[in-house]
Design a protein around this ligand. Structure first.
Ligand SMILES: Cc1cc2nc3c(=O)[nH]c(=O)nc-3n(C[C@H](O)[C@H](O)[C@H](O)COP(=O)(O)OP(=O)(O)OC[C@H]3O[C@@H](n4cnc5c(N)ncnc54)[C@H](O)[C@@H]3O)c2cc1C
Length: 394
């Protein structure tokens, strides 16, 4: 049941929007009414439901490491955050670890990121080739100098289950959901006063959060005359079985950016296409030729057992790709005092959803970040064109 007036209207019911609603609803200083407007509650094409599920701390920027640390804390303490009536959600968390393979060229940067990660409390260590060979006999490490491997606290969840757990908790906290599309934002001076819906309604509001993801955030900003350097970029995920039983693997990322992990008895893999095959697009057609000519050869190069695999599935969805620096843009824009956005996650939004939802709830409630300071990820850097580059970006 929805009304026509809310304190906070969140556009987009993916993990970012739902996490923001959960943290607002759980925030003692907030007692407003929250509405989530989601045009497709089946989430058929939403990355929130179709991501690879990875949670890691292997980043270079301190804020990304902090968000990674909070992300894993959140997953390991789901009962504190997402339980409803004593029922603890299961998001199929597997503490599989992440293994980032390093060649000579990347090593200095990865080492300095690792120093920072360790100082901040992440238990991730460099492993020499001989150590990796002993631990992962299925890997071929030619041309590499080693890899960075977590000692716990990294792994993956089932994104669909996490999304549903957020939704269930949000509903239990009194958040309303409406299946509709936000088509316009009406403003008076520097305030958004209402959100117009495709089915004809108009919702008056105190605050609006744009969490509309790859397919929607840019359009909403455009409607307000705000340029958002975020484009939908197609990413295909391929699922396969391997004839040889190599056992479970960590979430492995090769020096070429190929990411793969085991998923029960199966495996999933993806690799961002090169720039000349990576236009902005809303197309969702799976590019099987890319698997054949680029992904499979790279899989087999690092894991000889992957010569003999059987492709059993594939799907596509979109990165909300920040063309300036492939990092999120979060907070208020300079032009509207009650319009917040969280977009441009460029492949990290699932694991950052707990931290970003909490951060937005603080900003909306208190006008400031109280836990992780995400000020540097604000829109100001877009205005100044100052990139905040993540070195461990995949
Ligand atoms: C192949 C792939 C693998 C990934 N793997 C990982 C990973 O391992 N780890 C990780 O952390 N991240 C990963 N990501 C990234 C992660 O999935 C996204 O960053 C995250 O899901 C973004 O969530 P969101 O809620 O911001 O956006 P979305 O999931 O895009 O949700 C936005 C929602 O807004 C709705 N919407 C849009 N416009 C409107 C409108 N006008 N009105 C109403 N509703 C609207 C949409 O229907 C959608 O449901 C991956 C992404 C891809 C594509």
């Amino acid at each position: 049941m929805t009304s026509d007036r809310y304190d906070v209207v969140i556009i987009g019911g993916g993990v970012t929007g739902c996490s923001t609603a959960v943290f607002l609803g759980s925030e003692p200083g907030f007692d407003g009414k929250v509405l989530i407007v989601e045009r497709d509650p089946t989430y058929q094409d939403a990355p929130s439901a179709k991501a690879s599920g990875g949670f890691r701390q292997q980043f270079s920027i301190p804020e990304n490491i902090s968000m990674g640390l909070f992300g894993i804390h959140f997953i390991k303490h789901l009962d504190e955050y997402l339980s409803v009536d004593d029922s603890k959600p299961d998001v199929a968390f597997r503490e599989s670890g992440y293994l980032l393979l390093a060649d000579e060229q990347a090593l200095p940067t990865m080492r300095s990121s690792n120093d920072r990660q360790r100082k901040m409390g992440a238990d991730i260590a460099f492993r020499r080739i001989d150590e990796l060979e002993e631990r992962f006999p299925w890997l071929t490490l030619e041309g590499l100098v080693g890899g960075f491997l977590s000692n716990g606290n990294e792994g993956h969840v089932d994104p669909w289950l996490l999304l549903q757990a957020y939704r269930t908790k949000a509903k239990a906290l009194g958040v309303d959901f409406v299946k509709d599309e936000a088509v316009a934002l009406h403003q008076e001076g520097d305030r958004i006063v209402s959100v117009e819906l495709a089915k004809g309604g108009e919702i008056a509001c105190q605050t609006v959060v744009n969490a509309a993801g790859a397919a929607g955030a840019g359009e909403i900003c455009k409607d307000l005359g705000i340029e958002l350097p975020v484009e939908p970029r197609k990413r295909c995920t391929f699922v396969f079985e391997c004839r040889e039983d190599i056992g479970p693997t960590p979430f492995t990322i090769t020096e070429k950016g190929l990411a793969f992990r085991s998923d029960g008895k199966r495996f999933i893999a993806n690799l961002a296409p090169p720039a000349d095959r990576d236009p902005p697009t809303l197309d969702l057609e799976v590019d099987y030729s890319y698997f054949d000519d680029s992904i499979w050869p790279e899989l087999a190069r690092r894991v000889p057992a992957f010569e003999a695999i059987r492709l059993t599935g594939a799907w596509c969805c979109h990165y909300d790709y920040n063309t300036l620096d492939q990092n999120l843009i979060v907070g208020r824009t300079p032009w509207f005092e009650n319009f917040y956005l969280a977009a441009g996650f460029s492949g990290h939004g699932l694991q950052q959803s707990p931290a970003v939802g909490r951060a937005l709830s603080e900003l909306i409630t208190y006008g400031e970040y109280r836990t992780i300071d995400l000020e540097r990820f604000g829109y100001e850097r877009i205005v100044k064109s100052e990139a905040l580059m993540e070195r461990n970006c995949y």
